[in-house]
Design a protein around this ligand. Sequence first.
Ligand SMILES: NC(=O)c1ccc[n+]([C@@H]2O[C@H](COP(=O)([O-])OP(=O)(O)OC[C@H]3O[C@@H](n4cnc5c(N)ncnc54)[C@H](O)[C@@H]3O)[C@@H](O)[C@H]2O)c1
Ligand SMILES: O=C(O)C[C@H](O)C(=O)O
Ligand SMILES: [Mn+2]
Length: 539
Amino acid sequence: MTQSILNDPFKNKGTAFTEQEREQLSLVGILPPAVQTLAEQAEQVYQQYQSKSSALGKRTFLMSIFNENRVLFFKVFSQHVAEFMPIVYDPTIATTVEHYSELFVQPQNAAFLAIDNPNSIEDSLRNAAGDRDIRLLCVTDGEGVLGIGDWGTQGVDITVGKLMVYTAAAGIDPSQVLPVVIDAGTNNESLLNNPLYLGLKQHRVRGKRYDQFIDQFVSAVEKLFPDVYLHFEDFGRSNAANILNRYKDSQLVFNDDIQGTGIIVLAGVLGALNISKQKLTDQTYLCFGAGSAGAGITMRVYNEMIAEGLSPEDAKQHFYMVDKQGLLFTDTPDLTPEQKPFARLRNEFANPDSLTDLLSVVKAVHPTTLVGTSTQPGTFTEAVIKEMAANTERPIIFPISNPTKLMEAGAADLIKWTAGKGLIATGVPSNDVQYHGITYQIGQANNALIYPGLGLGAIASSASVLNDAMISAAAHSLGGIVDPEQAGAAVLPPVTKLNQFSDNVAAAVAQSAVDQKLNQKPIKSVQEAIQKTQWQPAY
Ligand SMILES: NC(=O)c1ccc[n+]([C@@H]2O[C@H](COP(=O)([O-])OP(=O)(O)OC[C@H]3O[C@@H](n4cnc5c(N)ncnc54)[C@H](O)[C@@H]3O)[C@@H](O)[C@H]2O)c1
Ligand SMILES: O=C(O)C[C@H](O)C(=O)O
Ligand SMILES: [Mn+2]
């Protein structure tokens, strides 16, 4: 009993408990005598962190601090945001998702919901939340984790990781967040055959039983945490958009892969056009990998073209989608509802039957913007990129499949193949590229640059829903941070400024909610509401 505060990561201060606190809390004699400040603890953690040689070793160490002491973890994270992002989040998190069961040490205050047990949804959420006031919940069913596929219960790690970024980037109180995994089974045979696998050893449940479970989950969330912002992450293609569409008009829900990615890629495209001085409505957009992210981005860019004055019919003419089948036509079998609006007529082309690979499609449609969300590494080949660059002065090329091993192309190759003309962004962080005396900075088109501010803005403004106008406001709020006149400028602001632009995004989103009268509580000043919502790592 007396030691319990040391085991509560939301209250533990470790060696920073003062002598007085040690007396009051019966901690005398069970901590080393020295009383450290938070700054001293943070310095010590950072030194230990630096002594670890591998990314996985670094992450495992940092997570042990997270498990023990949230304030300390977020203090160090806040001091090294850009350095820690690829360690605690993508790409290293992909490895920890793949090895979650083997690496497991503790459940990190997540809720684990089993499809076989719908009657325990409410209790599970309540147990995981304890006495905490939950304002932000991130849920996955682990079917489409990043681009690495179905990882069942192990997907919980991505929800823990996404929530850590909310706090580091936007100052969401870490005691007010709840990671949740819905274990609906897995079709990953390596997990089903792994004796250490910690999830349900059964194939995925689909259809009515699955949909009902999601309904029960959403109702339970609404009942237990009425003000919560519900973030859906890495659901499979057949469920992600369905779920979003079911709840988005009545509840404060957000799908990161569809909406968050749409916003960051649109912001990146607008940043690129700012550099090239071209117009969005002159772009020919090619989506490669028209799944949740690909279709979500396409819809966002399409809406922006309409906002810039094109009619829906005219806007549609600017878009092409390529998926496994090749260029998507109206008569292509198995189109998803999200692909259908952008499918093309066969009779638009002289050679429709040969448009089954990216190179033929690039030759046929001459895209000026190419966004990769295909999970297929190396598919932006030299031939594809040179063909694209031959027909447009400043090609916009975003290979954003994650993690690193799945990128459609690396930034250095893209700069080389376009002779420095390409306007590039990648999903994971990329090093600067030196080419013919110019240093090219590569923007990171990752939804992590957007979703923390978006959530903060929605929560701070007590918005009842997250609608298109708020989403559009978020996409526009990243402009102006990069100097487009500088040679080699990135299309998006650097992760070192994550806190600054999360604040900008939050302000834009909250203002939009208030302008539309979507705030459920009175808001006098948006800035003040945001500041009041933000948490600082301090004892
Ligand atoms: N950078 C970011 O912020 C960000 C955000 C979301 C997703 N992503 C990445 O995008 C990728 C896709 O994620 P998702 O959630 O959309 O998954 P998804 O499964 O919904 O979509 C993937 C799509 O790619 C298609 N595909 C597979 N093989 C292909 C091929 N050979 N040619 C063309 N298309 C092919 C699939 O049929 C599917 O439609 C992942 O790697 C993910 O990490 C990046
Ligand atoms: O998690 C990320 O790095 C971005 C995105 O949500 C993804 O699924 O790849
Ligand atoms: Mn995702």
